[in-house]
Design a protein. Sequence first.
Length: 224
Amino acid sequence: MSQDNFDIIIREFTSKSNLEDRYTSFDYCYNYFKTNHNYTFDIEKSCLTLGFYLASWGMFRGSSFLLQKNARHFQQTIEYISTLDKSIWDIDVDNYDKDNIEKIIEIYREIKGRLILNSDNADVTLVTKVLLGVFGFIPAFDQYFCNTFRTIYNNKCGFRRVNDNSLNYIKDFYLNNKLVIDKLSSETFTTNFETGLKTKIQYPKAKIIDMYGFSLGIKQSNIK
C-alpha cells in the first residue's frame, strides 16, 4: 500500500465524520474518557457515553447479548476504568514495548470479565471496541479490520485474540508505515460534542490503523 493510497483511504473515512454521523461517536467517547478524571462522579453519563458509542458501532445489533441490557450494565466496567492511572492514555502503537503490551492484555482481560458475563458470548470485537473508544491504544478487531490484516500478513495471525502475537503484528504494521501514520495522526483531530468544533486532541495512531483496516476491509468485501 503506497503512502498516497493510505492517505486516500483515511481521508475517505474522515469525510464521513460529520457532527451527527456514527463515525464521530468515537470522538465524543474518546474525548470524554481522555479528558475526565472522575468517571464515577456522574456514572450514569459515563455509562451512557460508552454505551451509545458501542451502539453506533453495531454492538447492540441482532443476536448481541447487549440487546438485552441497558446502560447500567456498563457500571462495573466504568468503575474499573476509574481505577486506572491516566498514564494509560499515553499508550499507543509507537510505544508497544513489552510492558505496555502486557498492560493492554491485562486491561482487556479485566474489562472482558466485567462486561461479558457468559463465556458463550463473543468477546474480541466488543472488548476491543471498548478499548479503542476509551483508550485509543488498540484497533477494534471487527470483521473488516481482521480480514484486512489477515490478508496483509498472509494469515500468519488470525487477529482473533488480543495477545503478544496480534499486538506485535500491529506494531510491525505501524513501523512499516510510520511516516504516513504519524502524519495522519498529527493532522486528524477529534470533534467537540458541545461546540461541534475540532479539539486539540489528535487521533491516536492506533485509531488511524483501525480506520485503514476497517475501510479497506469494507472495500474488499464489496468487490467480492
